[in-house]
Write a protein that binds this ligand. Structure first.
Ligand SMILES: [Zn+2]
Length: 238
């Protein structure tokens, strides 16, 4: 193959541009991955909130049942007093206590039924939410796995490209590489072709006749306005 430093240099630039666009793609994919992770967390948090409501409803039922048991025990106790009353005063005291306790039991009964109803609806809401959430999580996990695979593959490609880049520089004059290196840090398109036969492809500054004739002789010219490196596209290429 004929030694063509110019063609090799243009190939190197194309190669770098491709790597840059791959890196951009990876960054975009990472953002998308984060969105999927956030979505998954949102679904899990919403389910957890419904679960917590069910736990609280169960706790209320337990508390009220315990309270009811205490009232029952106190009533039993007072009935004992009533059975063993030795005088009118003891008898009346026990009767009065029992009346009060019965009223408390009736009041509590209402609250207990309401608590049970609340627990039942909380259980239903949770079961419903859980089924829907599991389906949604399954879908989002698939998306996450797919995205992770995509990113991994793209990262491996970039690594392979980075490893082979040194070879792509072979045959390109050191001076061009140096100028290119400086410009690469400043702009995303450090090397541009001549456009409309007269202008810099980066900033459209009109190229001087002297530089035009150098470009025609396959030289690399630096733009006077934006300092990008300008080349002339070879006839027949692209
Ligand atoms: Zn320019």
């Amino acid at each position: 193959m004929e030694h063509d430093p110019f063609g090799t240099f243009i190939d190197l630039i194309k190669f770098d541009q491709e790597t840059i666009s791959l890196d951009k793609k990876i960054k975009k994919s990472l953002d998308e991955l984060q969105q999927f992770e956030d979505k998954k967390k949102g679904i899990e948090d919403a389910l957890q909130a419904v679960h917590e409501q069910m736990v609280q409803a169960r706790k209320t039922v337990d508390e009220k049942e315990l309270e009811m048991q205490t009232l029952d025990a106190r009533e039993k106790d007072q009935k004992n007093h009533l059975d063993n009353a030795t005088n009118q005063k003891e008898y009346e005291s026990a009767t009065s206590e029992i009346t009060t306790l019965k009223q408390q039991q009736m009041d509590l009964e209402e609250g207990l039924i309401a608590a049970w109803n609340k627990l039942e609806s909380a259980k239903k809401a949770h079961a419903h939410k859980k089924a829907a959430a599991e389906e949604e999580i399954k879908e989002v996990v698939e998306l996450i796995e797919q995205k992770e695979k995509e990113i991994k593959e793209a990262q491996a490609t970039v690594e392979t490209r980075d490893a082979s880049r040194d070879d792509k520089q072979k045959g390109v004059p050191e001076e061009w590489l140096e100028r290119y290196k400086v410009m690469r840090g400043r702009v995303t398109n450090p090397v541009v072709p001549v456009v409309d036969g007269i202008s810099c492809g980066g900033c459209f500054y009109i190229i001087s006749p002297q530089d035009m004739s150098r470009l025609e002789k396959k030289a690399l010219v630096q733009c006077k306005a934006c300092y990008r490196l300008i080349y002339m596209k070879q006839k027949g290429s692209e």
